[in-house]
Design a protein around this ligand. Sequence first.
Ligand SMILES: Cc1ncc(C[n+]2csc(CCOP(=O)(O)OP(=O)(O)O)c2C)c(N)n1
Ligand SMILES: CC(=O)[C@@H](O)[C@H](O)COP(=O)(O)O
Ligand SMILES: [Mg+2]
Length: 636
Amino acid sequence: MSHLERIRRPADLRRMSTAELEVLAKEIRDFLVTSVARTGGHMGPNLGVVELTIAVHRVFDSPAEHVVFDTGHQAYVHKLLTGRQDFTELRRRGGLSGYPSRTESDHDVVENSHASTALSWADGIAKANQLRGLGDRSVVAVIGDGALTGGMAWEALNNIADGQDRSLVIVVNDNGRSYAPTIGGLANHLDALRTTPHYEKVLDWGKRTLQRSGPPGRMAFDALHGMKKGLKDVIAPQGLFEGLGIKYIGPVDGHDIAAMEVALSRAKAFGGPVIVHAITEKGRGYTPAETDVADRFHAVGVIHPETGLPVAPSRFGWTSVFAEEIVEIGRRRSDVVAITAAMLAPVGLAPFAEEFPDRVFDVGIAEQHAVTSAAGMAFAGLHPVIALYATFLNRGIDQVLMDVALHRAGVTFVLDRAGLTGDDGASHNGMWDMALLRTVPSLRLAAPRDEDTLRAELREAVAIDDAPTVVRYPKGALPDALPAVARQGSVDVLARHGGVPRVLVIGVGPMAHTAVEVGTALDAQGIGSTVVDPRWVLPVSADLLHLARQHDLVVTVEDGLASNGVGSALRDALAAAGTDVPVRCHGVPLRFLEHASRTQLVEAFHLRGQDIARETASAVAALVRTTEPTSLPTEH
Ligand SMILES: Cc1ncc(C[n+]2csc(CCOP(=O)(O)OP(=O)(O)O)c2C)c(N)n1
Ligand SMILES: CC(=O)[C@@H](O)[C@H](O)COP(=O)(O)O
Ligand SMILES: [Mg+2]
């Protein structure tokens, strides 16, 4: 039986010798590479926290002492050490989540994969512990250097510093990277601590001389090595955290279990807020990840474990189209600049940065700052394009509303991974953007259905300089081209089928392909329909209202919340106009979604063409039973 197989719960770790722990760390790395290569997942981040997580679970008594992981993508080792070692179905329906999950274990606290929240969670838990007489229990927050660039983290630090009598240990997992190297003043400060020249020289001296002078020398070095804090204070005074009133221990070699245990034990004994600054390496121990210049295997698909190469080559998808088109736009308009929140490559801005290095801004994991700084840029004569994953715009809705829209700023938001993403769990689905952005006055939102409409709608969005615009599209591969057969004002007509009564089938974005399937299926039952794509879906256009009035029933299909989405907006607009055409809205239900594939979720929510056609036919039958169908509108 391997050492890893002997671990059923963290207490089992505490009976292991130093030598056994080293073997365990290697077994865990081998497991991570083999297993995550097979399923895909966050390989690099988890390879970087093997020793750190072992040390945390040896020093702290989870679950009595809560361990909170920021973002949670680096919690695989935590799962392995807390009784979950079947990773065969990782991130798949019925398998382990790729993030902490309370239904999986009482060792897990935060399921939210949005970064920079862990310190706030820990602050709250520590306050509750104190009030409930549990103040002797430490709370531990493991936060990456990237997540530490998020504003929430500093709001939390400000409050944590106020709790000098609350035992709260912040483990900064500093690998110097988000996807790419972490940006900004904080990153530079951490870097300075990490690479203080005198500090390293003294350490090297210790390694060279003390370790060679027999047992006393080795003991002296171990004392020094384990107490890097002492060395650091003398050599690398650091004001940032201690200026806030938060004790700082480090930098510590995050891959040295013994050193981490000494630092964590000291932090635990301190009894107040402490930062343990661990220096780690993303992708550690796996050469393809260690040498990966892009993102150290931050998130991989299925790969060959020997080489790290993807089993299936990545396909030209939505992101690639945006990446090409924004460069074309940038060539034509020198006032267009791009903003990313620590995800330059994943959102497709790398080619733009390559060609216009001075016109791209990586603000760190700081979406709120990204949005409001864009309002500033627009005010001062630029047209910023902010590229985010849709779900992460949730973080900056107030800034969209009160800094961009209130001032009618010409800012364009490009939302990738909009709609159902699936395997990254509940908080990664881009399902809220249309419902949230529907409430923003003056904002206009486009949902392209294929490559051509993405290119066109992006160009149209950037051409609007006196109001916020949004272009949103899903994750992954592009669908086939879906050309319009006619245009009615601003609305693309995709198909027309004769028959009575007549249904208006509205497909939002990529769901236009589903809408066409619905029209075809209804036609087979003798039910007439007009299938359309409104292109600019919010606010609801007069052209769409006019079309709706010409039909007996309206069916909308969208890859976002059904409640308060585009269909709901159309229903409200028709009601406000005194038109009582019934509207059936098909979309994502208002609940948090278990991790599963997108296909599984589409099927579960009856969003396939055949599902919607079946439900629509029933609705039509009910309609016919209760009303005489209107005469066929004159064809246009
Ligand atoms: C609010 C938010 N924005 C963006 C992301 C996407 N994201 C996931 S992990 C990550 C990088 C995190 O870097 P760090 O905190 O240093 O952790 P590491 O991966 O280096 O362990 C980013 C930007 C996110 N999860 N949440
Ligand atoms: C944790 C996080 O937010 C990202 O790493 C995300 O998991 C990547 O998602 P994609 O695979 O869609 O780029
Ligand atoms: Mg990092």
